[in-house]
Design a protein around this ligand. Structure first.
Ligand code: NAD
Ligand code: UDP
Length: 341
């Protein structure tokens, strides 16, 4: 079966492409490379010994997308392509709604036109917003995220629900990721943020490798065990395998139509201080840090109830925190400048 992977050159996309190839799916990647490098896919090809078909293009370009659907017989789409920097989304919200919402609508239109109905969407724990109590469970109502980025994920989930109500052939899965970290165990592919990292692990890793002086821990006065925020960190290879599990689930359930949401997380909250300690232990080195004021929009703590994915997708996050840290370090220390060599 041929799977179209939008945004497949990016961080989660490249790891998922690797997992798909290892599970004998054929992969076509469609990516504008706005936040990634083609080198990630060259490395995936080397690691798997398999070919990745690559088309450079924007999901807002319906003509180009249509050509791809005409050229290949596509069985399903996994849709990663999006802009993802929470802070930036407040500065340029229109770009976020254009890319993440309008771009998704373009893709869905082209799919509909070509009678492709199976769709897996990169959603996020942020869709639960501030309103819901932890742990988050899929039966909760969509919340009100604090950023345009988060709002774009809620909007797309709504689009998918409305599409499913109107089109009895549509088969959608929203995978709500918690906090993916780590890298493939080879250290050959990993997260390669442009500029100053926004996320915790890339920042910690760049401090460890000497590219940044010290980590700022955003707040130590939250109502949590040690005062820093808690998140549900999961290994990116577990997350990648979650996509294979979701695709297998769609393929097993021929009679399914509609949209199903699944949380992909470990079910455990881990604090920022605990992450720093775990990283220090894994690499046997001290990470300099200072405590800074809270970051706007951060919630104190959230983690997943992942029972639905465990039971229905037969998926579990298997890799522990030590593996997440040592794989991050293997990637960062052997690629201090990311894919730029
Ligand atoms: P990433 O930036 O590494 O990957 C996104 C990819 O999409 C990049 O390769 C980029 O070049 C491409 N892209 C962006 N806009 C495009 C467009 N208009 N047309 C074609 N390609 C485009 O990000 P990631 O961390 O791999 O995230 C993948 C998806 O998962 C995103 O939808 C993101 O919102 C979602 N997500 C990520 C996290 C996380 O912590 N990384 C958490 C929850 C959800
Ligand atoms: N964080 C931090 N310093 C950083 C980056 C992040 O203390 O340089 C904290 C942040 O406040 C949050 C946690 O680490 O509590 C995870 O942040 P990240 O941006 O990685 O994920 P998200 O905010 O999406 O959960």
């Amino acid at each position: 079966m041929k799977v179209l992977v939008t945004g497949g050159a990016g961080y989660i996309g490249s790891h998922t492409v690797l997992s798909l190839l290892e599970n004998n799916y054929e992969v076509i990647v469609y990516d504008s490379l706005v936040n990634s490098s083609i080198e990630s896919l060259n490395r995936v090809e080397k690691l798997t010994g398999k070919k990745v078909e690559f088309i450079e293009g924007d999901i807002c370009d319906k003509d180009k997308l249509s050509e791809v659907f005409e050229q290949f017989t596509i069985g399903a789409v996994i849709h990663f392509a999006a802009l993802k920097a929470v802070g930036e989304s407040a500065k340029i919200p229109l770009s976020y709604y254009q890319n993440n919402v309008y771009g998704t609508v373009c893709l869905l239109e082209v799919m509909e036109h070509n009678n492709v109905h199976d769709f897996i969407f990169s959603s996020s724990a942020t869709v639960y917003g501030e309103e819901n109590d932890v742990p988050y469970v899929e039966t909760m109502k969509l919340g009100t995220p604090s950023s345009p980025y988060g709002a774009s994920k809620v909007m797309v989930e709504r689009v998918l629900n409305d599409l499913a109500l109107s089109d009895s052939n549509f088969r959608g899965v929203s995978l709500r990721y918690f906090n993916p970290i780590g890298a493939h165990e080879s250290g050959q592919i990993g997260e390669d943020p442009k500029g100053i990292p926004n996320n915790l692990l890339p920042y910690v890793a760049q401090v460890a490798v000497g590219k940044r002086e010290k980590l700022s821990i955003f707040g130590d006065d939250y109502p949590t065990q040690d005062g820093s925020c808690e998140r549900d960190y999961l290994h990116v290879m577990d997350l990648a395998q979650g996509h294979v599990a979701a695709l297998d689930w769609l393929n097993r359930h021929n009679d399914f139509t509609g949209v199903e949401a699944f949380n992909l997380g470990t079910g455990n909250g881990v604090s920022v201080f605990a992450i720093v300690k775990a990283f220090e232990k894994a690499i046997d080195k001290t990470i300099p840090f200072e405590v800074s004021p809270r970051r706007a929009g951060d919630l104190p703590a959230f983690w997943a109830n992942a029972t639905k994915a465990n039971e229905q997708l037969n998926w579990h996050a298997e890799r522990n925190l030590t593996q997440m840290m040592s794989d991050t370090w293997r990637w960062q220390s052997s690629n201090p400048n990311g894919y730029l060599a």
